[in-house]
Ligand binder design. Structure first.
Ligand SMILES: [Cu+2]
Length: 210
């Protein structure tokens, strides 16, 4: 088994995250990557994912269901119960292949601590082989989520997960995914959430910059 807890902590510390305060429902997480001295075997490109966050929404809605004296809890940004039609979607960040929509359900995927997000992918969407510095817990909400383990996307392999299906990806385990129809997955785990593409050329944010 791998034991890289210390390494994880080091890597987390290596990032500085700054917020632009929201003026609307959507705000962008601005990230500056503060690279510490590279560790052996860590030459893979990585970037914290910037998230469009439906901020304010959680606080507002919490205020509606909480008693007056609960305002303190509201300030803590507790996530209130939410129905699927009230999930606020926005474009997924540029480190995810174009065409996907993302919603922050709870927490802040750009920071340390537990987060829950949803990713809505169109049919025939592909996420090339990648890993995450932290554990990833994926629950399929709808559609057909194909997921496989390995260093290269291989549509001859992998598993088809339907609504209710679940997949755990331990930190740094290479995996890939694709869809055959519109698919929504819920991703939870400890933040900050980042994607390391096995082949840095697969990183869509790098492709866009070219
Ligand atoms: Cu993943």
């Amino acid at each position: 088994m791998r034991s890289c807890l210390h390494d994880h902590a080091d890597r987390r510390r290596a990032f500085t995250i700054a917020w632009r305060r929201p003026s609307s429902l959507c705000e962008q997480l601005v990230v500056s990557e503060e690279r510490s001295k590279p560790k052996e075997g860590s030459e893979m490109k990585r970037a914290i994912i910037p998230f469009a966050v439906a901020s304010g929404f959680a606080v507002l809605a919490a205020a509606q269901i909480l008693p007056k004296e609960g305002s303190q809890a509201a300030e803590m940004q507790m996530t209130p119960p939410v129905n699927v039609e009230d999930i606020k979607w926005g474009p997924a960040p540029p480190t995810i292949p174009p065409g996907a929509q993302l919603a922050v359900v709870a927490g802040d995927p750009g920071k340390e601590g537990l987060f829950t997000i949803r990713l809505k992918m169109p049919p025939n969407f592909k996420v090339p082989a990648h890993n995450h510095p932290t554990d990833e817990f994926v629950t399929v909400i709808s559609g057909d989520f194909r997921v496989g383990l390995g260093d290269k996307l291989d549509m001859d392999k992998g598993l088809s997960l339907k609504a209710g299906g679940f997949s755990e990806m331990p930190a740094r385990m290479n995996h890939y995914a694709w869809t055959t129809e519109e698919t929504v997955v819920q991703i939870a785990g400890p933040g900050p959430f980042a994607i390391n593409y096995v082949n840095p050329a697969d990183d869509p944010s790098k492709q866009a910059a070219k």
